[in-house]
Ligand binder design. Structure first.
Ligand code: BES
Ligand code: MN
Ligand code: ZN
Length: 491
């Protein structure tokens, strides 16, 4: 885990393995680069010229032994054209600087963000540093690489930002701790990350952080009457878990925010089996649960003055002789019956019972997070998650946090007109409608269980993981947006 902190020295007298300063396109120097240029009597600008440094975001030029500069190395990073960096560009610069530091086997670097938007940029740089230094090595075997050398990242902030910077840094550090935990759980193969393992991880998290947790087994879940949730577990040898995190930072009777995560540790589709291609992606079908773990970890670190509940519904959607068959009918905890026409639409079947359970908290808001539909991926691709909500103010706040953190959501319709497609001749509803508007009808199914409170549903199927390439793995979206959403409630 990288240690992040603030430091007050000026760029030129910062004693460090390296200082990182920004230069815009056209070799226009940022405030920190200007300072170094002055103390080095123009050596910085001269080096940029020799290197034809273009200043694009994501590029880094290492310089060594500049005269009049206390640090041994200067990492010049490109900052594009604008005075302030967009969130995405700031994150890319953080990633590039950290990667350069790792390449040079440095153990520390001090970064000086641009003056304009310095605090927001710093938050993104922290995430970029995490992007560059996060390693999955749990099951890498003999090819596991040594940990990256980088241990400490410090920020030299413009003087007028000191107080805001300290508060923001704390939030970002907790956010990346949460995100790295989310990635860890998501990237674990499904033969490691079972519902049982999630229960154990929940208990471990609580021990180190002073949250309260209850981990329920099949018997306890049966007692709650969660017939819809349990229908999904019929074909699996893995016992289910229902996990309830409770964080009490607010007044005793203050209504909590409840997060609900889909924790299907592997989704074969069940009898409505999935095609073979890329089925390995379905180990990430617990990414909603992973998000709840990440958010709870960050919350436990930040200790906001609010009450927050995290619910994780964990099971495996598998096939054996006891597996649910298309046409089977089950009774949900709400009393509503469901005809399972497609066993691959299992996410909604487990979430609906958790949404009913959430009623007991008399919540101010319930936010569920789920890799729910391929249709959402078709609709929005992998840049925006879908958001559906019965409350405009709630949707607006989540969307605003998403914009700020570049962890974006796009609002999708939640309208009664779509409900008809879920009608069944044999139960209160079917679990699937036709092909049309698949992400919307899935949301409409959940809506039937979320009538008693303000609710938002986040369909993260397209954003929770990268499915191929060098960066194949969990993204930990939307942990950053949700931590920001929680912390926005502190003001
Ligand atoms: N876990 C999948 C959704 C999914 C698809 C997540 C692609 C990530 C990437 C979900 O359980 C599912 O199978 N949904 C079905 C619903 C359909 C049967 C109505 C789907 O999207 O095909
Ligand atoms: Mn499925
Ligand atoms: Zn699924």
């Amino acid at each position: 885990m990288i240690e992040f902190s603030l430091r007050a020295d000026h760029p030129s007298n910062t004693k460090a393995d390296a200082v990182a300063v920004a230069v815009h396109e056209g070799q226009k120097l940022s405030w920190a680069a200007q300072e170094l240029d002055k103390s080095s009597k123009g050596a910085l600008a001269a080096a940029l010229k020799t290197a034809s440094f273009a200043g694009r975001c994501g590029s880094v030029l290492p310089l060594f032994n500049l005269p009049g500069v206390a640090a041994t190395r200067v990492l010049v990073f490109g900052a594009g054209v604008d005075a302030a960096l967009a969130a995405k560009d700031a994150r890319a610069t953080g990633k590039a600087v950290a990667a350069a530091a790792v390449e040079l086997t440095l153990s520390e670097v001090t970064i000086f963000p641009l003056a304009e938007g310095a605090v927001d940029s710093m938050q993104q740089i922290v995430m970029g540093v995490s992007d560059a230094t996060y390693r999955y090595d749990e099951t890498k075997g003999v090819s596991a690489k040594p940990k990256p050398s980088l241990k400490r990242v410090r920020f030299g902030m413009p003087d007028d930002t000191a107080k805001a910077a300290a508060a923001a840094l704390k939030v970002s550090v907790a956010t990346v701790h949460g995100m790295e935990f989310t990635k860890y759980l998501g990237n674990l193969p499904a033969n490691f990350c079972t519902p049982t393992r999630l229960g154990e991880e929940a208990k471990k998290l609580v021990k180190s952080h002073g949250l309260k947790v209850t981990v329920m087994d099949r018997k306890a879940i049966e007692k709650l009457g969660m017939g819809s949730f349990l229908s999904v577990t019929n074909g699996s040898e893995q016992p289910p878990r229902f996990i309830v995190f409770e964080y009490a930072g607010g007044k005793k009777n203050e209504a909590p925010t409840v997060f609900v995560g889909k924790g299907v540790t592997f989704d074969t589709g069940g009898i409505s089996i999935k095609p073979a291609a890329e089925m390995d992606h379905m180990k990430w079908d617990m990414s909603g649960a992973g998000t709840v773990f990440g958010v709870m970890k960050a919350v436990a670190e930040l200790k906001p003055k609010q009450n927050i509940v995290g619910l994780v519904v964990a099971c495996e959607n598998h096939i054996n002789g006891k597996a649910t068959k298309p046409g089977d009918v089950f009774t949900s905890m709400s009393g509503q019956t469901i005809e399972v026409l497609n066993t691959d639409a299992e996410g909604r079947l487990i979430l609906c019972d958790a949404l009913t359970y959430a009623e007991r908290f008399k919540p101010r808001a319930v936010i569920d997070i789920a890799t729910l539909t391929g249709a959402c991926v078709v609709a929005l691709g992998s840049h925006n998650a879908g958001i559906f909500s019965n409350n405009d103010a709630l949707a607006d706040s989540i969307i605003a946090s998403g914009k700020k953190m570049n962890d974006r959501f796009w609002r999708m319709p939640l309208e009664e007109d779509y409900q008809e497609a879920l009608s069944s001749n044999f139960a209160d509803m079917a679990n699937v409608a036709g092909r049309e508007g698949g992400a919307i009808t899935a949301a409409c199914f959940l809506w039937r269980f979320a009538k008693k409170y303000n609710w938002a549903h986040l369909d993260i199927a397209g954003v929770a993981y990268k499915g191929s390439g060098k960066e194949k793995g969990a993204t930990a979206r939307p942990v950053a947006a949700l931590v920001d959403y929680v912390m926005a409630g502190e003001k």
